[in-house]
Design a protein. Structure first.
Length: 446
């Protein structure tokens, strides 16, 4: 066979190798969600790519068969054609016949063919496939599917053998999973970093996705801040509550907050006051006043679970109780929206709850009710000890102190010293946080 014929065959083999490498990587890298969008938009070949991704044994099998055939043929034609010519060149240069000349000519022939196939038949096509995997996969998948059909029986048998081996080693043989929350987090973060996603939109999406992980106790109004009206309160007490606590609704209790009766809209009370009617509540006339039964939810659920309870009950207010029936907080739809909006609506509140001291370097005055997630972000802490048991800085320090806090109590965690500045009952009101040593992860400090 002439050198021209050999080179032509090798070029065909390189092209076929490039096609197989391009097809394999583009189909494997193509995102399922993008392929579904292309299919819905009428893109030809998208449905074939989805079929191949759901049945990987078939297209991976035909690719491997093709690559092995190409490798064998390349060795047969390339080595035979170039080895002898390189040996003759060495002979012309005066190298004697023997093992050294044969070894050098064989090594150079195989090395040259391998390098050319590696560059043009493997690396270059795969780099191209990475840039636009969905578009390339849609174009090449029908051809690969057509090549696969004649080998269906062999590929089916190989696939069954592979499945049996995977089952024996307890390895799940599954295709690409659906888009996960982590995938969305990563895509949104990448978009925000590139400037394609607005900063507020970035935080909004993150907060929505984290609703199923955020404990309801982190979003509720704590027990000590619940404003209620007792059925035995006199008219002056009720007027004082209306004047000093501008709430849309008030919890109605029968003695204390642990004995709730329902809730009443402030508008109903104000209407009575405007018409100079008595505001005094009576147990037997509560329904006439417009009092409604209040929803009760456990403190072990997430914010997303609370939202589901609101939807199922047709309510947007609920009392949160612990396992002993003690009321620990109040959740409203506004609280859920605040959890969703996060930084967008609470930026000012956060700045007030964590204040950077201007007269001291590396010092912050922190409200005891500040969200522990904000403190974790401030100091770059990935996790805290037993953090599932508390949601605020007060709870965090109580967990570390292991006692009821008092003024001047202090504790050091991860090179940050926390000192209790003031208390309110058994709750920490204000804390001074100072850095004892430089914190390398202090990336988001104000």
């Amino acid at each position: 066979m002439s050198l021209t014929d050999t080179v032509f065959i090798l070029l065909l083999l390189i092209a076929f190798n490039a096609f197989l490498a391009l097809s394999e990587l583009s189909i494997a890298s193509a995102k399922r969600i993008k392929l579904m969008q292309l299919r819905d938009a009428g893109q030809a070949g998208a449905d074939v790519v989805l079929f191949l991704k759901d049945n990987p044994n078939g297209f991976l099998g035909i690719v491997q068969i093709g690559l092995n055939v190409v490798a064998i043929l390349a060795g047969v034609f390339g080595e035979a054609a170039f080895n002898a010519r390189i040996a003759n060149a060495f002979a012309a240069w005066g190298m004697a016949d023997g093992w050294l000349r044969d070894t050098l000519s064989f090594t150079l022939a195989v090395g040259a063919i391998t390098g050319i196939f590696l560059l043009f038949g493997d690396l270059l096509p795969k780099r191209i496939a990475i840039h636009a995997p969905e578009r390339i996969a849609c174009a090449l998948a029908p051809v690969l599917r057509a090549l696969q059909k004649p080998f269906t029986p062999i590929l089916w048998l190989c696939g069954k053998l592979v499945d049996a081996i995977l089952t024996f080693f307890n390895i799940r043989a599954q295709g690409e999973a659906a888009v996960t929350t982590d995938d969305v987090y990563a895509m949104v973060a990448a978009g925000a970093e590139a400037g394609a996603v607005d900063r507020d939109a970035h935080h909004l999406i993150q907060n929505v996705l984290s609703l199923n992980e955020k404990a309801i106790t982190s979003a509720m109004t704590p027990r000590q801040n619940i404003v209620s009206i007792d059925v035995d309160d006199d008219e002056e007490t009720i007027k004082t509550v209306l004047a000093e606590e501008p709430k849309a609704r008030f919890v109605v209790t029968g003695g204390d907050i642990d004995h709730p009766i329902g809730y009443i809209d402030a508008a109903d009370l104000l209407a009575k006051a405007i018409h100079n009617q008595s505001l005094r509540l009576h147990r037997d006339t509560l329904k006439e006043w417009g009092m409604k039964p209040i929803l009760m939810v456990p403190d072990t659920i997430t914010v997303l679970d609370g939202l589901d309870q609101f939807r199922n009950a047709g309510e947007d207010i609920a009392l949160v109780a612990n396992e002993y029936g003690v009321i620990v907080g109040l959740l409203t739809m506004n609280d859920v929206m605040a959890a969703i909006m996060g930084r967008i609506v609470e930026e000012v509140a956060r700045e007030k709850s964590i204040v950077k001291m201007t007269d001291r370097e590396g010092a912050w005055l922190i409200d005891g009710m500040a969200d522990i997630g904000d403190v974790k972000e401030l100091f770059g802490w990935p996790s805290l000890p037993m953090e599932e048991n508390y949601q605020t800085v007060s709870g965090f320090l109580m967990s570390l102190l292991k006692k009821w806090p008092r003024k001047a109590d202090s504790v050091i965690w991860q090179e940050v010293k926390f000192v209790v500045v003031d208390t309110e009952g058994s709750r920490i009101d204000q804390v001074m946080a100072t850095i004892e040593q430089p914190v390398s992860m202090l990336s988001s400090a104000k």
